[in-house]
Design a protein around this ligand. Structure first.
Ligand code: URP
Ligand code: ZN
Ligand code: ZN
Ligand code: ZN
Length: 484
């Protein structure tokens, strides 16, 4: 059985041309004029683009005493509805838990995915077991990217000695280090001070995480990465200070990438000063939303290429979960949704405004991500042999975003009321039409795990385990027991 997408304009990260695209066995088999197939999808007036890849999601993640509310079923349905055909989630070991163990738990959850997916592994503690298992996680499990939280002190945060050891290990394994760059010690101090002084509301979350804590941590991670030679990927870059550090590092020839989120690009700090507690708390995430100066910096980074990809950090909590933090902002679960809206919002605020070309849109939502994560051209490409993960994009189609019509399982949407222009006509996951004009035809379990290859190792400096000079006990709070 073959499918042909007819009469569209193919848009990739570097080319725009009219062509039909023929699909068989889940892959692209031919690109050309006048193609015929068993099924035909009309793409007249549409762009035929590689499906979006969201490199940063947290589906059903144990966090801050609860679990994020979108799982691999609702999360991937939301993704496909908005034209995203692959997500990269974070496998998160509990303190003291082995990496393979955590990975197995994530594989169990993701069986319900309706689009393809991969994982990053989080390094939440450090010890000989983590050091040993990193090698098999990279070489056997196909997970080459490891996230380090420099914030969430007492829970997920790793210290500099742990980060340095982990970066060295990754360098020799050909992996990539990811960082959540905020100075967790300073955030903890500021949070305690704000609470002592009676600032308990959601706006205090923003005060507790000024841009300097992000700028400092980004610079520190870049320097530590440089000392080990490991390539570095900075997640959720929200401000000029962090962007500046990344920009400088890239100009110096360092292998550093920055990932802004669609939320930070389009929503600002005024959201936290809404008189409605629920409104503000629903937007609590780390780093917090910033002012226009920082938003302009992020857009400029996408335009100039100093920032490489746009993600969501989709980590959705219901209003009820957010209310854990009534009376104490530090207990509001951190995270916002966006999986379904990333492409339409970026098209509306990026392409329709002239800030990005359609080709740049494809680069930052798909192709650059596939290249950095080593799954190009299987993903992120319209090429013969590539997976048929395709979005047929109708630039004239409009909607107003509202929680009542979304696929996400939560009861609100941070973009509520925004009108977007540019939406999928069809979304295809390995050739299967999962969305047609807003009508969902997703298949639970259709999604497959995408293994990725390591890069060439950078050095052989740390080929055997060395304990840290002053190791700390593995003792954290805030992460619920992770039994499935
Ligand atoms: O507030 C956020 N970003 N929540 C999700 C976890 C993380 O820090 O990425
Ligand atoms: Zn983070
Ligand atoms: Zn995250
Ligand atoms: Zn199928």
């Amino acid at each position: 059985m073959s499918t042909v997408i007819r009469n569209g304009t193919v848009v990739t990260a570097d080319l725009t041309y009219p062509a039909d695209v023929k699909i068989e066995g889940g892959r692209i088999v031919e690109i050309g004029k006048g193609l015929k197939g068993d099924t035909e999808l009309d793409a007249t007036g549409c762009y035929v683009m590689p499906g979006g890849i969201d490199p940063h999601t947290h589906l059903e993640m144990p966090f801050m005493g609860t679990y994020s509310s979108d799982d691999f079923e609702s999360g991937t349905r939301a993704a496909l509805s908005g034209g995203t055909t692959m997500v990269v989630d974070f496998a998160l070991p509990a303190p003291g838990q082995g990496l393979h163990d955590a990975l197995q738990m994530w594989h169990n959850k993701s069986g319900r995915a309706s689009c393809d997916y991969s994982y990053h592994m989080a390094v939440t503690w450090w010890g000989e077991q983590v050091f040993d298992e990193m090698k098999t996680v990279v070489e056997k499990e196909g997970i080459t990217t490891f996230k380090h939280f420099m914030a969430y002190k007492g829970a997920l945060m790793v210290n500099d000695d742990e980060m340095y050891a982990s970066f060295q290990r990754l360098a020799e394994l050909g992996g990539i280090a990811l960082v959540h760059a905020e100075n967790g010690d300073v955030v903890a101090e500021l949070s305690a001070k704000l609470l002592r002084e009676g600032n308990t509301g959601p706006e205090a979350h923003a005060y507790s995480r000024p841009t300097q804590v992000e700028g400092e941590a980004t610079n520190r991670a870049i320097m530590i990465a440089d000392m080990t030679g490991v390539p570095l990927y900075v997640v959720h870059v929200s401000c000029e200070e962090a962007h500046e550090a990344i920009r400088r590092a890239r100009m110096q020839g360092k292998r550093v990438w920055g990932e802004p989120l669609i939320q930070h690009l389009t929503l600002d700090e005024s959201e936290y000063f809404n008189a409605d507690w629920d409104h503000a708390a629903r937007r609590v995430m780390s780093p917090p939303f910033r002012n226009q100066k920082h938003q302009d910096s992020l857009w400029a980074g996408l335009q100039s290429g100093s920032l490489s990809v746009v993600a969501t950090d989709h980590c959705a909590f219901t209003t009820e979960q957010k209310r854990f933090g009534v009376g104490d902002f530090t207990k509001i679960p951190n995270g916002t949704g966006g999986l379904e809206d990333r492409l339409p919002m970026l098209w509306t605020h990026g392409v329709a405004t002239g800030r990005l070309t359609p080709n740049e849109f494809v680069a930052v939502t798909s192709t650059n991500i596939a290249k950095i994560l080593n799954c190009y051209p299987r993903k992120g490409a319209i090429l013969v042999g590539a997976d048929a993960d395709i979005v047929v994009w109708d630039p004239a189609k409009e909607k107003t975003i509202t929680a009542s019509a979304q696929q996400s399982a939560i009861d609100y949407n941070v973009f509520e009321g925004q009108t977007v222009k540019g939406l999928p006509r069809f979304t295809l996951t390995r050739g299967h039409v999962a969305v047609h004009d807003g009508e969902m035809r997703t298949q639970e379990g259709h999604g497959q795990f995408v293994k990725r290859e390591a890069n060439n190792p950078v050095n052989k400096a740390l080929s055997s385990w060395k304990a840290l000079t002053s190791p700390r006990p593995v003792e954290r709070t805030g992460i619920p027991a992770t039994g499935v």
